[in-house]
Unconditional design. Sequence first.
Length: 246
Amino acid sequence: MGILDGKVAVITGAGSGMGKAAARIFAQEGARLVISDVSGAEEQTAKEIGGNVVVRHCDVSDESQVEALVAAAVSTYGRIDAMLNVAGIGVGGMLLTLEQADLDRIYNVNFKGVFFGSKHAARAMKDTGGGTITNWASLAGIIPAPGTIGYGTMKAGVIHLTKAIAVEHGPSNIRANAICPGVITTEGMGAASAAKTPDKASRNPLGRAGTPEDAADLAAFLSSDKATYLNGVIIPLDGGWSCKLA
């Protein structure tokens, strides 16, 4: 018996990194899964997990595709209990150099994608007694750093979005919380960032980078019945980095 036994979970960005780790851990904890990615790697994730996993290709910046993703969960399992909006892209840039095309890409995936996932999940959950929405924000959405103005601004938007969902839909037994990773060693920007600045991963009090499983375990707890009074919580997953003045 896992802490998610029998729950239906939809996970975006499940082709790699924290989304893939979440799919694996949610399956281990007994969840029934609908997973998606835009890369095609979601098929490999499902193969590695084994069992009955529903797989959908999904570009989260396209609302119709996100709506279809949630509908697939409802049509297959009759409901959705947990929505994990993990999909995101890392695009750096300073205020004076960030191009409009890059800003649009960050906005479309990192904010609109989370908005669409939350919107259609909440709509489905209202009909079946509630559920949980876990959104991937970032430490950059709480604390600015040079080169993260576009990325961090969208993640700050995700933080506000999460709180607004918690307030609007708490009465429908829908809980919304956000995870704000610091340096996480994934195939994407976490690993790249650690490679460019080797000391960055050790700047937090724990002296190490986080793992995708750290985020996945937290998401599993937030989505479980062990966290039924956590709503609108913004959690820095950073080894204590955000507690330091310098």
